[in-house]
Design a protein around this ligand. Structure first.
Ligand code: SF4
Length: 163
């Protein structure tokens, strides 16, 4: 399985989620968190933004700011800001590898907040490590052990992990 931005996001939340997602174990589709995320994606930015596929990654928001390309992600809450930053930096790295310099922006419509993201050499090194670990996790025969964390309470996999 190819590494993609969603797996990078999950990696920063919970490595077990990386395994479950990559093995097609679908989370609870009735979960409110999933429903709200889909709603925001489909409604808040539908008229202004395009979804662009580039290789195995998809950007929620792409626009030109002067002569600079800006890509972005729309999220329902900045609660997962750190994971979202790494997801977007992964996209910036994919573009950079294709010779396209870009910057990023995270948009939180419910909070009326924007966070600008830039890719550094240090980030690129860290992303390479993350990619290698994601590949190890997805190739593993068993999921990583449950490590209870602050995200378990609202995780769509909680029934699967704790039933
Ligand atoms: S419930 Fe907790 S351990 Fe299980 S996938 Fe979600 S965050 Fe990870």
């Amino acid at each position: 399985m190819d590494v993609n931005g969603t797996l990078v996001w999950y990696y920063k939340i919970c490595k077990r989620e990386v395994y479950l997602m990559s093995h097609g174990i679908v989370p609870d589709q009735e979960d409110d968190n999933i429903e709200i995320g889909r709603f925001i994606h489909e409604n808040y930015y539908r008229r202004n933004d395009k979804e662009i596929r580039f290789g195995n990654v998809v950007f929620d928001v792409v626009y030109q700011d002067g002569n600079k390309l800006v890509i972005g992600e729309t999220k329902k809450s900045s609660k997962f800001l750190e994971a979202s930053k790494w997801q977007l930096m992964y996209y910036l790295k994919v573009l950079k590898e294709a010779g396209i310099e870009a910057s990023g922006v995270l948009q939180y419509p419910e909070e009326r907040r924007r966070v600008e993201i830039k890719l550094t050499d240090e980030n690129i090194k860290e992303l390479k490590k993350i990619e290698a670990e994601i590949i190890d996790i997805t190739n593993s025969k068993v999921p990583p052990k449950i490590e209870e964390c602050i995200y378990c309470k609202n995780c769509a996999y909680r029934e699967y992990c704790y039933a």
